[in-house]
Design a protein around this ligand. Structure first.
Ligand SMILES: Nc1ncnc2c1ncn2[C@@H]1O[C@H](COP(=O)(O)OP(=O)(O)OP(=O)(O)O)[C@@H](O)[C@H]1O
Length: 602
């Protein structure tokens, strides 16, 4: 894999040069750098992809360090250092790599158990929970004296860490992290980092993706712990607590938490800063220049480093950039391949049956019922605040209905999670565009393709074909957040379509478009309906578009359905005229988009 290779080769060269040309003091710095690199890449695999900064990963490193140290220590020595160990641990005697793998597996199981509740949390709630986890692990390491010697130094660990074995583990960590980022699981997790609601609407099971990242990163952390333990030879629980957590987080943040390249860059920069600071701390680095001896300088330097980088580059030195991606993208082809598998069924209907939604005391939807058949375009209109978006949210599972039923081809889906409903065939766009801003346009589409594609299919090629459908394939490598408004709307529709929905719900797709763009959109929507036979539910204030495009129109007012019928029936319905004209009167007959139907009807 070119991605990992571009990062691994320089690291291997550093290890080779250190092993052959450098003295013991410099070798020590390189070894510390490489161990930190595993830890930073591992933490970044979770924190960077999920957007939840973990303060707890040093806990896994600690468990890995103690476990592997116990496993490699000769039984005769264990009888002295840890006389109360249970029999199987007292008798175990392994080599470093074996012990690292066993520790990795045990930590993986431990992380899985801890991760089940954690993966349901988001944002700062999740971050603070990881901090609590660190404190708990620290207390357990201090308390489990039979295994760890408590707060006393755990000594007698075999010094088995060598540059070549370490370099191999670094390569494994980088390879896994880089691969993870590009696999559908990593891509979907990054999408959830950008926008949880939109990711769920694209079929992403966020908790499951977070759990996978948490376990994989914890396992790599255990390896970092094993390497550190067998390099230091002696340590205590405080080695895996706040001070080192701060260093690892500093490396991630300074380099750029959003990429593996950032983790590598941050580790290198911070290792250099810390080494210089440590030398000044230990004694004047350059006595001739008169540098004074300053205690606590290492942490101070890190703090100042974070402040400077955050001020100048809030995303870290490399931000979301993967160096290799940037190199590879230049030459690759942008030819898509349309999907080969059969379309979803073009028969059936989406039924909304007596759906109500209450927000505290407010009745946003009151027993709304209508149907959308495959191949049909239905417009959902009404004045501001009448409940149109809430209807889409209730259907898609973004907000569960308070009562009533939503049926897809006869089976009830209300109460299911949004990602499950998306995978049952409901695609949607959002009123205030919700693209995954820091992902490329192509990656945005790949998230939806991954949720609906058969295993083994070429996700990238299919995503390119979906972009071509909306004539935006030339935008594939652009960052989604950097696109013009009209382009973003098109990409969002392409993304919803890439889910291969049987029913597509678009929330004000023409908002912000000029009249030429709106005309083009109208043609496009008709074309999509004809080609795929899908049912289109269109929320739109642009009434000309609704009246010309829709087969039927449903009108809401104050959460209630006040009319349904063909566009001309609805336009002449007294209740609809009343709703729009009433609103116009209320607003002092201002020229407002809500009054358009009123003017037309009058
Ligand atoms: N999450 C929420 N919490 C509380 N109230 C909400 C929520 N979502 C919507 N509402 C309220 O429900 C009512 C219907 O809102 P909704 O957004 O569905 O209307 P709309 O017809 O889509 O309006 P617009 O045309 O302005 O987009 C409004 O009074 C709104 O304030």
């Amino acid at each position: 894999m070119i991605g990992a290779g571009a990062l691994i080769v320089p690291i291997a060269l550093i290890a080779l040069i250190a092993g052959t040309l450098l003295g013991p003091a410099e070798q020590r710095i390189v070894i510390i750098f490489l161990i930190n690199l595993i830890a930073v890449v591992a933490n970044g695999l979770y924190s960077g992809n999920s957007g939840i900064t973990s303060f707890g990963h040093l806990g896994f490193m600690g468990v890995g360090a103690y476990l592997s140290a116990i496993l490699t220590m000769p039984p005769s020595l264990k009888a002295t250092v840890l006389p109360n160990l249970p029999g199987f641990l007292a008798a175990a005697h392994m080599g470093l790599n074996e012990a690292a793998i066993v520790s990795m597996l045990i930590v993986g199981v431990f992380a899985f158990v801890v991760g089940i509740p954690l993966s349901r949390l988001s944002g700062s709630a999740a971050s603070i929970t990881t901090l609590a986890f660190l404190v708990i692990v620290h207390s357990v390491l201090n308390g489990a004296t039979d295994f760890t010697r408590g707060s006393q130094t755990f000594y007698g660990v075999q010094r088995l860490t060598t540059l070549p074995s370490l370099a191999i583990w670094v390569a494994v960590a980088i390879f896994v992290a880089r691969l993870f980022r590009d696999l559908p699981v990593g891509l979907e997790l990054r999408a959830a980092r950008e926008d949880e609601l939109a990711a769920r609407a694209m079929g992403v099971n966020i908790a499951q993706r977070r759990l996978i990242a948490w376990v994989v990163s914890a396992m790599l952390m255990a390896v970092a712990g094993a390497m550190l333990a067998h390099f230091l030879g002696a340590f205590s629980p405080k080695k895996f607590f706040f001070v080192d957590t701060f260093s690892i987080i500093a490396m991630l943040i300074i380099g750029g938490i959003g990429s593996v390249s950032g983790a590598v860059a941050g580790t290198a920069v911070v290792t250099i800063i810390m080494e210089i600071a440590r030398r000044i701390e230990e004694g004047p680095l350059l006595p001739s220049l008169g540098f004074p001896q300053v205690f606590g300088l290492t942490q101070l330097a890190l703090g100042v480093g974070i402040l400077i980088v955050m001020y100048g580059r809030p995303g870290g030195l490399l931000g979301f950039l993967e160096v290799d991606d940037w190199l590879v993208r230049r030459g690759r082809s942008l030819v898509g391949v349309a999907r080969s598998e059969a379309l979803r069924s073009t028969a059936g209907k989406l039924e909304v049956v007596g759906v109500s939604k209450k927000f505290a005391g407010l009745v946003a939807l009151d027993r709304v019922s209508f149907e959308l058949s495959a191949g049909e375009i239905v417009g959902l209109i009404g004045p501001n605040g009448s409940g149109k978006t809430t209807t889409l949210n209730a259907i898609s599972g973004a907000v569960p209905p308070s009562s009533g039923e939503v049926k897809i081809n006869g089976s009830a889906v209300q109460g299911l999670s949004a990602d499950k409903i998306a995978r049952r065939g409901i695609g949607r766009s959002f009123q205030n565009i919700r693209l995954f801003k820091n992902l490329t346009v192509l990656e945005n589409i790949e998230v939806a393709v991954a949720a609906s594609a058969k295993s083994g299919s070429d996700i990238r090629a299919e995503a390119l074909a979906a972009l071509a459908e909306l004539s935006v394939e030339h935008l594939a490598d652009r960052r989604a957040g950097a696109l013009a408004y009209g382009e973003q709307r098109r990409v969002e529709i392409a993304r919803a379509l890439a889910l291969r929905p049987q029913y597509l719900m678009l929330d004000e797709p023409a908002a912000g478009m000029n009249s030429a763009e709106t005309q083009a959109l109208m043609g496009l929507l008709r074309q999509i309906r004809d080609k795929y036979g899908l049912g289109l539910l269109l929320v739109e204030h642009h009434l000309e578009l609704v009246m010309r495009l829709c087969d039927r129109v449903v009108v809401l007012n104050k959460g209630q359905m006040i009319a349904t019928g063909t566009p001309s029936e609805v336009q002449n319905d007294p209740k609809v005229i009343e709703a729009y004209i009433g609103l116009r009167k209320q607003r002092g007959a201002k020229d407002n988009k809500n009054t358009e139907i009123g003017r037309k009807a009058v």
